[in-house]
Design a protein around this ligand. Structure first.
Ligand SMILES: *Cc1c(COP(=O)(O)O)cnc(C)c1O
Length: 404
């Protein structure tokens, strides 16, 4: 990977140290161009006419996304974000009183709310599978909890709130053996390291465009295994999802397109398409090696600074690093980093409810490098945080000698 060349093609790297790729990755020039050229084309020749002219490139997006996650083009539906893709899959299932949904502590805020609504509406029961001693989902506990009441296992691969990588493929082996549908929220993992639906064995997978995939905001997708269509009925219907039979009936369109919408922001779709092709060209193995290495470097260095604590769970960890300057409010630390031109974000207790219940550590500072970040940028962020920790060190009490 030629990091300097990749940075020259990433305008944002010139202005800031961007360690907020779990929030939104920086667009490459090529992706930016794909978006703006299409908007210009729409303004010049008309929106429908521009879509007609670019139809082949728009349609190719499904194939690129399929290659990225290991599925086929007809198993992909496009959305405006990951949440809507996840909702499309989740609300296509039906639950009755006594049915169980098994999930983990890493589950994302909107998914948790959907479970709570469904429990309230249908009488289904939500069971949060405990973590093992490392803090990842305990697969032995999951295997013991799965029974004939279990209608769904919902797992977040990498949480919004930390560097944990959940053992998705082990969960897949368990759900396949039990014949239970498996919905994987891969929003933070797709684009960060290789994610393969065949290897994982999930039935539905959702992701967003703007995070580690470096696509434009307002893009996302659902992958759904063809066989899973047998137990899914889209919760909403529209002219792009089904075909009128000429009388008073309709048939669902083939494959995952039955989840799609007629209208789409094609500038965003073409931007997403470009970003995905770039990830495929660079190679997800290569990208994964570098993001994980930068995350490990950052975490190890922070762990060595007195007055800073890191909070990432699990055995396998990724490029998301959560920490706290022990003596500072997280929002103040984030603001101080921003003043040094360093982009980070903070975790929100309400967006990771089960983790908040279990650990009560949020809000934390969240730093998330990508492959285009340099080692020097990581070191600079650590240096600024170490200075903040030193400046906010509690004063020694009762004239006790200060430790240095
Ligand atoms: C950001 C995030 C989502 C939501 O993605 P949107 O594209 O904002 O809808 C879902 N799950 C996880 C783990 C996330 O980090």
């Amino acid at each position: 990977m030629d990091i300097e060349a990749l940075r020259r093609d990433t305008p944002g790297t010139a202005h800031r140290i961007h360690l907020n790729n779990a929030g939104a990755g920086l667009l490459s020039r090529q992706t930016l161009k794909a978006v703006t050229s299409h908007l210009e084309l729409e303004a010049t020749i008309g929106g429908y006419e521009a879509a007609d002219q670019e139809r082949d490139r728009i349609d190719a997006t499904y194939g690129h996304l399929a290659r990225l996650v290991g599925g086929t083009a007809d198993e992909i539906a496009l959305f405006d974000n990951s949440t809507h893709a996840w909702n499309a899959a989740f609300y296509a299932m039906t639950f009755k009183p006594g049915d169980r949904i098994l999930t983990g502590r890493a589950e994302y805020g909107s998914g948790v709310l959907a479970y709570l609504q469904t429990a309230r509406r249908t009488g289904a029961e939500i069971v949060v599978v405990p973590d093992d001693e490392s803090g990842r989902l305990d697969t032995t506990a999951l295997a013991n909890l799965i029974d004939d009441r279990t209608r769904l296992v919902g797992l977040t691969h990498v949480p919004t709130s930390g560097g944990l990588v959940n053992p998705a493929a082990e969960v897949g082996r368990i759900t396949r053996a039990a014949g239970v549908p498996f919905l994987l929220d891969a929003t933070q993992s797709v684009g960060q390291f290789p994610v393969d639906v065949a290897e994982i064995g999930c039935d539905m997978l959702t992701a967003t465009g703007r995070k580690f995939l470096r696509g434009p905001r307002g893009t996302g997708f659902l992958w759904v295994r063809t066989e899973a269509l047998a137990f899914l009925e889209p919760h909403v219907i529209e002219i792009a999802a089904a075909t009128w039979d000429g009388r008073r009936g309709f048939t669902w369109n083939d494959g995952a397109r039955r989840f799609g919408t007629w209208e789409a922001g094609y500038a965003g779709v073409l931007g997403l398409s470009t970003a995905v092709r770039q990830a495929l060209d660079l190679g997800m193995d290569e990208i994964g090696r570098r993001t994980l290495a930068l995350g490990a470097r950052l975490r190890e260095q922070l762990d060595a600074v007195p007055g800073i604590t890191t909070y990432d769970l699990g055995r396998q960890r990724c490029a998301i690093v959560t920490c706290k300057v022990d003596t500072m409010a997280t929002a103040d630390t984030a603001a101080a980093l921003a003043a040094h031109g360093i982009n980070v974000s903070t975790t929100d207790p309400a967006q990771t409810q089960f983790d908040t219940e279990a650990r009560g550590v949020h809000p934390l500072l969240r730093l998330s490098p990508h492959y285009y970040n340099t080692e020097a940028e990581i070191d600079r962020a650590v240096e600024v945080l170490a200075d903040l920790a030193a400046a906010h060190r509690p004063r020694p009490q009762n004239g006790a000698p200060e430790r240095v």
